[in-house]
Design a binder for this molecule. Structure first.
Ligand code: 13P
Length: 252
């Protein structure tokens, strides 16, 4: 089955509003009618409305970096997935920075996944092992636990479901995984999705690699059979670099 590659730009907590709008316009100019790749932009929450307005009518889609597991209520500072309807189409769930720096547990990630799906938004589920797991040979056990727990409350494969394999040790370090290593992990995640739902789901789910992806190394990941795109941090803040990565995915 031919899967359309998907590339996401996770801006994390970067860019003041004028710079964010400039980057959005730059991306629209370069990628607004891009073909052969789905492009997602995850700006900081205050700029989601700007992203929606600047990208409206283009082929670029807007995603939120996080959301809460309740849709509304007395939860100061949180964002209910349903509140994103009409502004964002995707939500990033379980990023390792949420898990590590904000103590998000697999149980919480599971609740968030359920709430995102219930709101009719498409989840991009991030999973990935810390270096200690890798060294101890526990990578697959950890990935299995993260994936299975995240999908605990999800009955059927979400439409357009994306999994991002992001080894913690490769994020923001300039030390990307090797394409072969990333391929092996992505293939493993695909078998887990097939086990959890069915073979068709395993075939359809798009699995991204993330961790120090840049314009120079992107194509080597996209050449792997089970890697269907990338989740990009640092390089997504540069319109030219991010465009080159998206074009490499489209050409793969
Ligand atoms: P870098 O591309 O900066 O390593 O970040 C990856 C990431 O965390 C994307 O979500």
């Amino acid at each position: 089955m031919a899967r359309v590659p998907v590339v996401g730009g996770n801006w994390k907590m970067n860019l003041a509003r004028p710079a964010a709008r400039e980057l959005l316009s730059g991306l629209r100019e370069r990628l607004g009618d891009v073909d052969g790749v789905e492009v997602l932009v995850f700006p900081p929450a205050p700029w989601l409305g700007d992203a929606h307005d600047v990208l409206d009518g283009s082929r670029l889609r807007v995603g939120a970096q996080n959301a809460y597991w309740e849709q509304k209520g007395a939860y100061t500072g949180e964002i209910g997935p349903a509140m994103l309807q009409g502004t964002a189409s995707h939500v990033l769930v379980g990023h390792s920075e949420r898990r590590i720096q904000f103590g998000e547990t697999v149980w919480e990630t599971g609740r968030k996944m359920g709430a995102v799906c219930a709101a009719g938004l498409t989840p991009v589920l991030a999973v990935g092992e810390p270096f200690s797991d890798r060294r101890a040979g526990r990578t697959e056990d950890g990935l299995r636990r993260q994936l299975i727990e995240a999908l605990r409350t999800v009955e059927a494969m979400p439409d357009g479901f994306v999994v991002a394999y992001e080894p913690v040790w490769a994020i923001g370090t300039g030390e990307a995984a090797t394409p072969e290593d990333a391929q092996a992990r992505c293939a493993f995640l695909r078998t887990l999705v097939a086990e959890r739902f069915d073979a068709a789901a395993g075939d359809a789910v798009r699995i991204q690699y993330g961790g120090s992806v840049n314009a120079d190394n992107a194509a080597s990941f996209f050449a792997q059979p089970d890697i269907d795109g990338a989740l990009v941090g640092g390089a997504s803040l540069d319109a030219d670099a991010f465009t080159a990565i998206c074009r490499a995915a489209a050409a793969s």
